[in-house]
Design a protein around this ligand. Structure first.
Ligand code: SF4
Ligand code: FES
Length: 247
C-alpha cells in the first residue's frame, strides 16, 4: 500500500514548527506505524537529513511513551489502542496520515513529535508514598479485600500515563489521569492510610501545573488506551470535596 505521512517537524522547543509530507510506497499493511516511522528515519539518515524525533519504549502498550495525534485523534483511530499498537492495515491505501504531538500548554514540544510530560510526573510525585510494608508473599492473603474493590483498583492501575486524556480534552484537563492514580491506591486498604493528604496534594498540583478543569465531555475516556472509566473522576471529586469540608 501507499500512504503519505504528513509529520510535524520542529527542531527544538523554541522553534516554529511546520508539517512536512513524506510519501511512502510499498508499505506492508502488517507493519506497525512506528515501524514505518523507523523505516522513514533510516531513509532520512541515509540522505543526510535529520531523523524524526518521537517517543516510544515498550511498543507493547505498557509504558505510555508513544502518545501522538493521528488525523486529529489521540493514539489514532482504534479504541483502547496505544499508537504503538497501530498497524498500517488500520488505514486505507492512498491515505494521508497527519501525525503531530499531543497539544497542551502543560506538554511543551521538545522536538518534532516528542513532548515533555514531566507535569504528569510531578502530579504522581505529589501523591507521596504508601507506608504499608510489602511483607512476604503470604502476607498478601492476610487482608481480605472485596472482589469489587480489587477490580476497581486494578482497572484504575491500568493507566499507562500516556497523556492522551489531556490531549483529547477541550479543557486539557488531567482529571482522568489524576483520578486513576488516586483511585488505584484509595480503593485498597493499604492505600487508604495516606489517602486524605494524597488527594489534596495531587489535585492541588494538577491545578498548579496549569491543567484545565473537567467539565464532563468524556473525550478522555473515549481515547484512553487503558479503558479508564470517568468513574475515577467522580471518585477523586468525592474524596477531594470531603477533604475540603464540602462533601
Ligand atoms: S487515563 Fe488513560 S489516557 Fe490518561 S494517561 Fe492514563 S492511560 Fe493515558
Ligand atoms: S511505546 Fe510503550 S505504550 Fe506505546
Amino acid at each position: 500500500m501507499k500512504v503519505t505521512l504528513k509529520i510535524w517537524r520542529q527542531s527544538d522547543k523554541n522553534s516554529k514548527g511546520q508539517f512536512v509530507e513524506y510519501p511512502m510506497e510499498d508499505v506492508d499493511k502488517d507493519m506497525s506505524l512506528f515501524e514505518l516511522l523507523d523505516t522513514l528515519n533510516e531513509r532520512l539518515v541515509l540522505k543526510g537529513e535529520r531523523p524524526i524525533v518521537y517517543d516510544s519504549d515498550c511498543r507493547e502498550g505498557i509504558c505510555g511513551q508513544c502518545g501522538i495525534m493521528i488525523n486529529g485523534e489521540a493514539h489514532g483511530p482504534l479504541m483502547n489502542t496505544s499508537a504503538c499498537h497501530l498497524h498500517m492495515r488500520s488505514f486505507n491505501d492512498g491515505e494521508r496520515l497527519t501525525i503531530e504531538p499531543f497539544r497542551s500548554a502543560a506538554f511543551p514540544v521538545r522536538q518534532d513529535l516528542s513532548i515533555d510530560r514531566s507535569a504528569m510526573d510531578r502530579i504522581i510525585q505529589a501523591g507521596g508514598y504508601v507506608s504499608v510494608d510489602t511483607g512476604q508473599a503470604s502476607d498478601a492473603n492476610q487482608e481480605r479485600i472485596s472482589h469489587h474493590a480489587y477490580d476497581e483498583a486494578m482497572n484504575a492501575a491500568a493507566c499507562i500515563g500516556c497523556g492522551a486524556c489531556i490531549a483529547a480534552c477541550p479543557n486539557a484537563s488531567a482529571a482522568l489521569f489524576t483520578g486513576a492514580k488516586i483511585s488505584h491506591l484509595h480503593r485498597l486498604p493499604q492505600g487508604q492510610i495516606e489517602s486524605d493528604d494524597r488527594v489534596i496534594n495531587m489535585v492541588t498540583t494538577m491545578d498548579d501545573e496549569g491543567f484545565g478543569n473537567c467539565s464532563n465531555h468524556a473525550t478522555c475516556e473515549a481515547v484512553c488506551p487503558a479503558g479508564i472509566s470517568i468513574k475515577v473522576i467522580a471518585d477523586m471529586n468525592k474524596l477531594y470535596l470531603k477533604q475540603i469540608g464540602k462533601g
